[in-house]
Design a protein around this ligand. Structure first.
Ligand code: HMG
Ligand code: MG
Length: 299
């Protein structure tokens, strides 16, 4: 069966904007987040407290976060790669943080300048302190299906990293198909393997990229398995600056269109969301790649 309700974890302001070549003014980012909240999204990933040289697009995190942190009823997770990132986030009163690991060595090196085990060792005290501070902690795992350097990723590699993040205290995991190569059978195999190794479905979110047009099919497979947390990016913004072939997150509008058709509640007003993505596309100077945004607008 399918769930009655899905929680959308909106990543456009972070995963989307981290990948933009042009600098987006902080006030535009804040307005984007306010409009996303106004469209009914309740989990809006705001920014990352990473090294500004690694992701210059999000170097304004200190300026942005206080502008949106008081939005009523909205959780604003932020990414933290290490102790420095956690300190910066907690100093601003962040209540939700996310660490981000990789299932492959190549991407761990490219994204975090660490091996997989070195990065897990960095996360361990970060997760503990975040929990002690009362924060909710998400653990991302990138390259869960394929890796641009290493090819197909064995399930056991993904399970090992998921288990490690869970054992250190992460409240939820997000399985990243960073380069969008997953197909539904592979998704179901990974979910089954995780369950078998003691990771329950209700702690698992999915994070699909639409590079090969599979993001919605993969999402449907995950929902049929019982997953109820789905990451998506308004207007289909984004990718990842440290993975060449990572293009296009699953567009939130495409997701909402499918869920609405299935009678699954998300709390999102699709008209307002499309208007938000059209507005953001104007700010960025190019049309949204989302099929649903295109179909429902005149952009
Ligand atoms: P490093 O160069 O190894 O850092 O980078 P370090 O620990 O050696 O420190 C070097 C200097 O950086 C020090 O300064 C630190 O203080 C400073 P110095 O003492 O030399 O003056 N520093 C920082 N400054 C500000 N904020 C910080 C911070 N940390 C260190 N947090 C590091 C290691 C992890 C910092 C770097 O690799 C980094 O920032 N990486 C972030 C990459 C990133 O954000 N990638 C995108 C997000 S992941 C993603 O998009 C995938 C996802 O969507 C899921 C999917 O699709 O798969 C989540
Ligand atoms: Mg991503």
């Amino acid at each position: 069966g399918l769930p009655a309700r899905v929680r959308i974890h909106e990543v456009g302001a972070r995963d989307g904007l981290q990948n933009e070549k042009t600098a987006v003014p902080v006030e535009v980012k804040a307005e984007f987040i306010r409009r996303l909240a106004d469209a009914g999204l309740t989990t809006i990933e705001a920014t990352s407290f990473v090294h500004p040289k690694w992701v210059p697009q999000l170097a304004d995190a200190e300026q942005l976060f206080p502008k949106v942190s008081e939005l009523p009823g909205v959780a604003l997770p932020v990414l933290v790669p290490n102790q420095r990132g956690l300190d910066r986030a907690l100093a601003l009163g962040a209540r939700r943080v996310a660490v981000f690991a990789s299932a492959t060595e190549s991407f761990a090196k490219a994204n975090l300048n660490r091996t997989v085990d070195e990065s897990l060792a960095v996360f361990e005290p970060v997760v503990r302190q975040a929990k002690d501070a009362g924060a909710h902690v998400r653990g991302y795992v990138s390259m869960c299906f394929g890796d641009p350097w290493e090819g197909p990723v064995p399930l056991h590699q993904v399970v090992r990293v998921c288990r490690a993040l869970r054992d250190m205290g992460c409240d939820e995991l997000s399985l990243g198909d960073t380069i969008g190569v997953a197909t539904p059978g592979h998704v179901l195999d990974l979910l089954a393997q995780l369950n078998e190794e003691g990771v329950p479905t209700d702690e698992i979110g999915v994070h699909f990229h639409d590079t090969y047009g599979q993001a919605l099919s993969n999402t449907l497979a995950a929902l049929q398995h019982g997953v109820t947390t789905v990451d998506a990016s308004a207007g289909g913004l984004g990718g990842c600056p440290y993975a060449r072939s990572a293009t296009g997150n699953l567009a939130t509008e495409d997701l909402v269109w499918m869920l609405r058709g299935l009678g699954i509640d998300t709390g999102v007003d699709l008209g307002r969301l499309v208007a938000t993505s059209v507005w953001m596309a104007e700010q960025l100077g190019r049309p949204s790649p989302s099929r649903t945004v295109r179909a429902l607008s005149h952009q």
